[in-house]
Ligand binder design. Structure first.
Ligand code: ADP
Ligand code: SF4
Length: 730
């Protein structure tokens, strides 16, 4: 298919300093958990995007010196020759596709906890980080300033040696250059503090020094939060933002502009729950009015028409993207080929970010199961190995895991029958996407639905049966498939079983008219009274989302929570606005309590820490602490049970129980994936579907093959080996 001419402008080359971007698609720096310690992962994850059409591709934030060490999180580093060598793998892989490679040179100031290096970071003034725990920086004197500026220069030289085309002096997300610029951090009274010219001086000088050092070979970029969103106490775009751009413009080849800070960087990486495509444009658009250089910016740009619109409106020159490039590394090529409906649109869930925030690489993606798996499992997002046999495969359940398994199996050429009792592909997504702010999560279903419809047309023996009769064990045994994949999902517990007690709660019973599971709320066939209590022992979105849904429908809502409410949303960056929403909607949260028993219209709660703080041995059958004596009653018209989930695995267990009948029915194997195996994140359910489809010919496809690990191996050429020896300082 040919490109739609209205998208032509996206494919025009654009000059940035000494380098040319071959089009206007640009992967801004984003974390992936590779750093410089996993060179294979880094090279493969970034270069797949070059193959998919992105003209500029960056590392994540890259530490220029051990004083800027973000351990427990993982950044890239350019501290020494070893890092140069490891990152060269990335630049070489990117250059094979004629794309440019960039590094985001980072010095964190007090936001660098330095847990590995044990250095003390320096900053413009001394303050405690509002983001890290117990991290203060040392206030720089003029010697310190010169020294840290030289760190940028030295790292830029190493970046050039490693083959990078673009070097950033990174000041967005409240890192050092912005700390100098912002009066929120900078309390100096010398020529680096006070007036905007003085506060800008550190950053402008650093840019100039870097430009002098590598500017003939590399484009110099600046990532700048043009507004920190604190009003006058921080950086405001029409005051300091524009003025800074004016001062620094001569030393910058390309501006990468966004908004926000580090403590709430979800204002930049805006989750779809709160922010639409292009939500930063009202701030970003000011920069092109002042700069003579190309300007790029992010805003979860997944829609080609919207990209063209912001360029034609003169708001941006280059489309920056992190999440859209993770979700679909081939987004530019698909636009180029006129294959808009093949784009795997980012759903804006920020699960990719959550893994990095927690500190556990690799990054994962809800939409793209191959993200982070390019090197270690050899998975390409768009290419699949041909089928390894003529086996036919029955997939029961078309939720995230089943639909992904069926898609990948069909891509491989297998004959697949995908069955679901529901009328629509998508499983749990069909309900989730009706929750406030989560409509875009439906893209997960839409992508698979579109692809499966196309694949079924190509492979006439494959089938999708929706609205089917629930498949029983007998049905599955007699179906005639060689292999069966059970993807029947999970349900919310009806009896209050929860992660605190691992048992039902006395009196909780979703068959009562006043007690409802989330599924019953979605189904809408049980009346919900005015006063609602949402009973929560889950740490993700369901309880706050249902509370919002019912509150917006006019119910009075209280959440009674035994688990930290929405705790996982600290990592998806949804938490700050979630708490604002709960406050604004006057949803009461009673935390740190759990339920001892329930009746039709009330629950008895107790404080989780209501038992004695002293512990002593009292013999068998006796608790080692004084028992709680404090109880309260909370009344309701309706109680929503978000207490925990269980697998709907009856079909799988039934088939396992009749394993001796498999051979007679020509069944070679029965497997279970997704929530039916164990309830999990949608991203992990999708991953399991994808994995089993790629590994279906393995001896035991139920369990994953080992993956390639990038670890330091004792005795490898660069490591000491053989006998353990150590020389202590004496
Ligand atoms: P996952 O996230 O693991 O994909 P979901 O709960 O989203 O799980 O999806 C499971 C799907 O399986 C649902 O659409 C449900 O209708 C379907 N399903 C469950 N049991 C059966 C069955 N016995 N026969 C056919 N479809 C089933
Ligand atoms: Fe988008 Fe979610 Fe994938 Fe991140 S994890 S790229 S937000 S779909």
């Amino acid at each position: 298919m040919a490109r739609n001419p209205k998208h032509d402008i996206l494919f025009e080359p654009i000059q940035i300093g000494p380098k040319t971007l071959r089009n206007r698609f640009y992967q801004v720096p984003h974390c992936n958990g590779a750093g410089s310690d996993r060179p294979g992962f880094q090279a493969a994850n970034r270069s797949i995007k070059a193959e998919g059409g992105w003209a500029g591709i960056n590392t994540e934030y890259l530490s220029i010196h051990p004083e800027s060490d973000d351990t427990h999180r993982l950044s890239a580093r350019l501290w020494d020759e070893g890092d140069v060598r490891n990152l060269r793998a990335m630049t070489e892989a990117i250059h094979k596709h004629d794309s440019l490679a960039g590094v985001e040179m980072w010095y964190g100031g007090s936001h660098a906890p330095c847990m590995e290096s044990r250095c003390t970071p320096r900053g413009p003034s001394q303050y405690a980080s509002e983001f890290e725990m117990m991290t203060y920086c040392h206030e720089m004197d003029l010697d310190d300033i010169a020294m840290v500026q030289q760190y940028y220069v030295d790292a830029a030289l190493r970046a050039r040696d490693a083959g990078f085309d673009i070097v950033y002096v990174y000041g967005a997300h409240s890192y050092l250059p912005l700390q100098f610029l912002s009066p929120y951090y900078n309390k100096r009274t010398d020529r680096y503090g006070g007036s905007i010219e003085n506060r800008a001086r550190f950053w402008v000088e650093s840019l100039e020094k870097v430009k002098n050092a590598v500017g003939d070979d590399c484009a110099v970029a600046s990532r700048f939060a043009v507004d920190t969103l604190y009003g006058e106490s921080g950086v405001e775009v029409e005051r300091d933002g524009i003025k800074f751009v004016e001062l620094a413009d001569p030393f910058v080849d390309v501006w990468d502009v966004n908004v926000g800070d580090i403590a709430e960087w979800g204002e930049d990486a805006g989750p779809s729950r709160f922010y639409e495509i292009g939500h930063q444009i009202p701030w970003q658009k000011h920069i092109k009015t002042i700069s003579k250089k190309p300007v790029l910016g992010v805003g979860r740009f997944t829609d080609a028409d919207k990209m063209v619109e912001v360029i034609n409106a003169g708001h941006l020159d280059i489309i920056g993207a992190a999440r859209p490039s993770i979700s679909d590394p081939f987004l530019p090529n698909k636009i180029d080929e006129g294959r808009i409906d093949d784009i795997r649109v980012c759903i804006g869930c920020n699960v990719c970010i959550s893994r990095w925030e927690i500190g556990g690489p690799p990054m994962i993606c809800t939409q793209n199961a191959t993200a982070g798996e390019e090197y270690r499992r050899g998975w390409h997002p768009e290419k699949f190995p041909k089928k390894g046999s003529d086996d036919s495969i029955l997939v029961v359940g078309a939720g995230p895991s089943g639909s992904e398994a069926a898609r990948v199996l069909m891509e491989r050429g297998y004959t697949v029958h995908l069955m679901d009792t529901a009328e629509k592909i998508g499983g749990c997504v069909n309900d989730i996407a009706t929750l406030p702010g989560l409509g875009e999560w439906g893209y997960h279903r839409d992508y698979r639905e579109t692809q499966l419809e196309k694949l079924v047309k190509k492979n006439k023996d494959s089938q999708i049966a929706l609205g089917a009769k629930a498949m029983t064990v007998d049905d599955a045994l007699n179906y005639g498939a060689d292999k069966i994949i059970v993807a029947t999902g999970s349900s919310w517990n009806t009896d209050g079983t929860n992660a605190l007690l691992h048992d039902p709660v006395q009196g909780i019973d979703a068959s009562l008219p006043t007690h409802l599971t989330p599924e019953q709320v979605f189904a809408g066939d049980k009346a919900i009274g005015k006063k609602v209590v949402v009973l929560n022992c889950d740490r993700y979105f369901m309880a706050p989302s249902i509370a919002q849904l019912l509150r917006e429908k006019g119910h009075d809502v209280t959440i009674v929570s035994g688990a930290a409410l929405g705790h996982y949303m600290d990592f998806t960056l949804e938490a700050p606005n979630l708490h604002r929403m709960l406050h604004e909607l006057e949803i009461e949260v009673i935390g740190d309590v759990w339920v001892s028993k329930a009746e039709a219209n009330r629950i008895q709660t107790y404080p989780i820490f209501g038992d004695g703080y002293r512990r002593e041995y009292r013999g068998p059958g006796k608790l080692p602490r004084r028992e709680n004596t404090h109880f309260d009653w909370v009344e309701f018209d309706s109680l929503v049970l978000v207490t925990g989930r269980h697998s709907d695995d009856a079909l799988y267990r039934g088939l396992k129980a009749r394993k001796d009948e498999w051979a007679d029915n020509d069944i070679k194997g029965v497997y279970v994936i997704g929530d039916a195996w164990a309830p999990k994140l949608m991203a992990d359910a999708t991953f399991e579907g994808h994995r089993i489809a790629r590994e279906i010919e393995e001896e035991n496809p139920q369990l994953p093959l080992p993956y390639r690990r990038e670890v330091a191996v004792w005795g490898a050429p660069h490591m000491p080996g053989g006998k353990y020896e150590i020389e202590y300082q004496v």
